[in-house]
Design a protein around this ligand. Structure first.
Ligand SMILES: Nc1ncnc2c1ncn2[C@@H]1O[C@H](COP(=O)(O)OP(=O)(O)O)[C@@H](O)[C@H]1O
Ligand code: SF4
Ligand SMILES: [Mg+2]
Length: 361
């Protein structure tokens, strides 16, 4: 059966990404589905990417596109959801995690990989002091005295820019402002010098100045420790500043990926065009030209046939024979280290981008 026939039958598209021998994290055909009373939710449905040490992968997409479920999957946190079905491969520094022993994954979590969430309160316990929580996070992986661990906690709080860290170490999370809590959570995530840091909308709830400081902080720490970073955000300004590579997700799947530079300068997927025209950016003040993408993201229980973006795509009628409604486009190479999943021909994409989209951005 050809790939096109398979896709028409709704079978998974084949992974087209080339393995990267130098990657610290390699994700291959990751699928995370949830069995619910309403049906099977295909939150992540065939995601592949690589991240090297010292590099940042940006993952963008509207709310509900599967970004958070992807990151929780990498951390092995779906294991606590009994209705989750997970397949694919996640290679972290040569070790495969999906099939690994849960205890082993727990050991890696915190030490080799750590996560920063949008809401620090979800990661911090309200009844324990900030210092106590950082101390515990450190002592899970280091056989040191409480005193030494507390010293380390103060050092980390200082590192993330908390004033008077030797005093604030004994504060409770609610005694911190939102920005301070976010910093404290970053201190906790980084206390073990993780080699992979996953930041899931780390600055969304913060004001612009604090956002910029937190991003600087992540960048500095990344430089210092040479960590691989995954930056999940709906703010294209953030990824424009930070990401080396970019993955654009729609309805649980990647629709475009590549070097951030290429994806920004020559985006090749109509959904990415829509995002560029509709998303506010930290690095751009004007918001009057924002044009929302029409319609809403689909339910991940009933993902549209063919190209999942077709009900919202202004160009769905261009490819011949109604192909956008019947055949799921696979990621195909559209340039050096640049892939997009769209049935438009190279010429059609280039023409639409140059004549219709780029001049309006
Ligand atoms: N435990 C779960 N059970 C059922 N559906 C879930 C579960 N967790 C997430 N989902 C669904 O998966 C989809 C993707 O969610 P998410 O990854 O949080 O999106 P994003 O982070 O891109 O906004 C959503 O439709 C969400 O409702
Ligand atoms: S395949 Fe068709 S519907 Fe999907 S993004 Fe491309 S042009 Fe639009
Ligand atoms: Mg999310």
């Amino acid at each position: 059966m050809s790939k096109l026939d398979k896709a028409a039958l709704g079978e998974p598209a084949t992974v087209t990404a080339q393995p990267d021998a130098d990657a610290f994290l390699s994700v291959r055909d990751l699928r995370i589905h949830f069995q619910t009373d309403d049906g099977l939710v295909k939150s992540v449905d065939g995601v592949s990417f690589d991240v090297r040490r010292g590099k940042t992968l940006g993952i963008v997409g509207e709310s509900g596109s599967g970004k958070s479920v992807t990151s929780l999957g990498l951390m092995g946190l779906h294991r606590s959801a009994p209705n989750a079905r997970v397949s694919g491969e996640v290679w972290l520094d040569g070790q495969e995690l999906i099939a690994a022993d849960p205890d082993e994954v727990r050991r890696l979590r915190g030490r080799k990989m750590a996560m920063i969430f949008q809401d620090p309160l979800s990661a911090m316990h309200p009844y324990y002091t900030v210092g106590h929580q950082i101390v515990e996070a450190y002592r899970v992986h280091h056989d040191v005295s409480k005193k030494a661990a507390k010293h380390r906690a103060i050092e980390m709080l200082d590192r993330v820019g908390i004033p008077e860290p030797d005093k604030r170490v004994d504060s409770y999370p609610h005694e911190f402002s939102g920005g301070m809590r976010q910093r404290a959570m970053i201190a906790m995530a980084l206390v073990n010098n993780p080699e992979l840091l996953i930041a899931d909308e780390p600055t969304t709830a913060l004001d612009v100045t604090v956002q910029a400081q937190i991003l600087d902080l992540i960048r500095d720490l990344q430089k210092e420790f040479g960590s691989a970073v995954i930056m999940i955000t709906h703010d294209l300004g953030v990824v424009a500043e930070m990401a080396d590579d970019l993955l654009v997700m729609y309805a649980g799947r990647p629709v475009e990926r590549g070097l951030a530079e290429s994806v920004f300068s020559e985006p090749r997927h109509p959904y990415t065009w829509g995002l560029l025209g509709s998303m506010p950016r930290l690095d751009r003040e004007q918001t009057d030209r924002l044009v929302p993408i029409k319609g809403a993201p689909p339910s991940l229980i009933n993902v549209p046939s063919g190209c999942p973006f077709h009900p919202r795509c202004p160009y769905a009628d261009i490819p011949k024979d109604n192909v956008t409604r019947t055949v799921r486009p696979e990621l195909t190479e559209v340039g050096g280290q640049h892939w997009a999943a769209c049935h438009l021909s190279k010429e059609q994409r280039e023409r639409i981008w140059t004549e219709e989209i780029a001049p309006k951005l």
